[in-house]
Design a protein around this ligand. Structure first.
Ligand code: UD1
Ligand code: CA
Length: 452
């Protein structure tokens, strides 16, 4: 069994934030949650998260993730941190991950574990500028001997460009023994996890190395600039996956995926689109520029036009929505609907082929098939205390600038004359009018300004 230990006790002062570092978000999830889900992807039998700085804030925020939280009261070094968890470990092998290094991939970690075999595995990279990192010291035959931290390194060791990423795997029993032997007599007065490398070599256990597929996988986040950089890289990965699945992105750098998106065939997504939460997009569907779509299902052959916001809604096949439409939670468009500019729909169903093309508010309504809602129509669903339903049956025509005061039912095929305020049910097939008769005065003169 593989036991994963995730270090997440550090302070993160340079984030300049009240929020503990590992709770800052990439995509739609806190940094630490990315790492936990990668550990699960690896099939880890148990996950221990070492927390400390920020107190209970981290375990509280991520309580739903069902991991073993281990408190490190004082941050005395990476070796001390792993030592806090080691007594809880039941697996034969330990893998150490970091709560502030979110893009490490399961594929890279699998290669690391394979490289380790029954010994120690260490993920290393060659950097043009290794400043700040621990250096990997090898012997003449290329065998790893030890790691030396920047602050403890001599001039020739500082020349080494191969660095420690921190990702390490070791047999649990041996690791436990080595951790117990760590000392803090170094430049920083810390218990270094990296000192177990030399101990392993001393015990005849080889340190086998692997490299990440992409250097972004091992980049930690210490400040908001690095957070933004990792977010960009994460978005690049999301966009690449969509394109590989056949989605056309007008500009992969101007799409943000903050959740799980699935797309059918021949989907086209224009620039500056944000897809949040769980979003399903059907085949032959086009998403226009500047749209925000949250937890929604968009059917086949749908066209979402520019600047549309859709949240927790279902958009049926063949519908056209926008530009500038707002579709709020609980809305279901059955299909072939036309929803136009400045139309807001909340908690309503709209039947097949119905049109609400301009400047309307529809809330708590059930609208049948082939209904036409004229410009400026409002369902008055709220009486100041309670919400009420509006029912509009099939083939109704609602004239422009009408108010439908709920609760109210408009029967099948009825017509509402423009400018009506409907407060009573309208029978099927009837014409309902509610307007002041028009009056005019022939030859009427406008007032003129008096001369002073
Ligand atoms: C560490 C490595 C260094 C490596 C670098 C890669 C050691 C001694 N050094 O250095 O070789 O090149 O990472 O980034 O391991 N943490 C705790 N508790 C502690 C100390 C640290 O949870 O007591 C956590 C931190 O929150 C952080 C991680 O461990 O996520 C690394 O700690 P940090 O102090 O940043 O290590 P580095 O000095 O960068
Ligand atoms: Ca009116």
């Amino acid at each position: 069994m593989l036991s994963v230990v995730i270090l997440a006790a550090g302070q993160g002062t340079r984030m300049r934030s009240a929020l503990p570092k590992v709770l800052h978000v990439v995509g739609d999830r806190p940094l630490l949650e990315h790492v936990i889900s990668t550990a699960r992807e690896l099939g880890a039998g148990e996950i221990h998260v070492v927390y400390g700085h920020g107190g209970d804030a981290v375990p509280k925020a991520l309580a739903h993730l069902n991991v073993n939280w281990v408190l490190q009261e004082q941050q005395l070094g990476t070796g001390h941190a792993v030592a806090q968890a080691i007594s809880h470990v039941k697996g034969e092998r330990v893998l150490v991950l970091y709560g502030d290094v979110p893009l490490i991939s399961a594929a890279t970690l699998k290669r690391l574990i394979e490289a380790a075999g029954s010994e120690v595995g260490l993920l290393t990279v060659e950097l043009d500028d290794p400043t700040g990192y621990g250096r990997i010291i090898r012997d003449g035959s290329g065998k790893v001997l030890r790691n030396v931290e920047q602050k403890d390194a001599n001039a020739s060791e500082l020349w080494v460009r191969e660095v420690n990423t921190g990702f390490l795997t070791a047999p649990a029993a041996k690791l436990s023994d080595w951790l117990g032997r760590l000392r803090n007599d170094n430049a920083q007065g810390e218990y270094y996890l990296t000192d177990v490398l030399a101990m392993a070599v001393g015990d005849g256990v080889a340190v086998n190395t692997a490299a990440p597929a992409d250097v972004h996988e091992v980049l930690g986040i210490n400040n908001k600039r690095q957070l933004a950089e990792i977010e960009r890289h994460y978005q690049r990965i999301q966009a690449t996956a969509l394109m590989d699945a056949g989605v056309t992105l007008r500009d992969p750098a101007r799409l943000d995926v903050r959740g799980q998106v699935s797309c059918g065939r021949d989907v086209e997504i224009d620039t500056n689109v944000i897809l949040h939460g769980k979003v399903n997009i059907g085949s032959n569907t086009k998403i226009g520029p500047n749209c925000l779509i949250i937890n929604s299902v968009i059917g086949d052959g749908v066209e979402i036009l520019a600047n549309t916001v859709i949240e927790e809604a279902e958009i049926g096949a063949g519908s056209r929505v926008g530009p500038f439409a707002r579709i709020r939670p609980g809305t279901v468009l059955a299909g072939d609907a036309h929803i136009g500019n400045f139309v807001e729909i909340k908690k309503s169903t709209v039947g097949l082929g119905s049109k609400i093309n301009h400047l309307s508010y529809v809330g708590d309504a059930t609208i049948g098939n082939q209904v036409n809602i004229g410009a400026g129509t409002i369902t008055c669903n709220y009486d100041g205390a309670n919400k009420h339903q509006t029912i509009i049956e099939d083939e109704v025509f609602v004239g422009s600038d009408s108010q439908l005061v709920a609760p109210v039912t408009i029967g099948k095929g009825a017509t509402i004359g423009a400018g009506a305020t409907i407060t009573k049910n309208v029978a099927p097939g009837a014409l309902a009018l509610s307007r002041t008769p028009q009056a005019s005065r022939e030859g009427w003169k406008r007032p003129t300004k008096k001369k002073s």
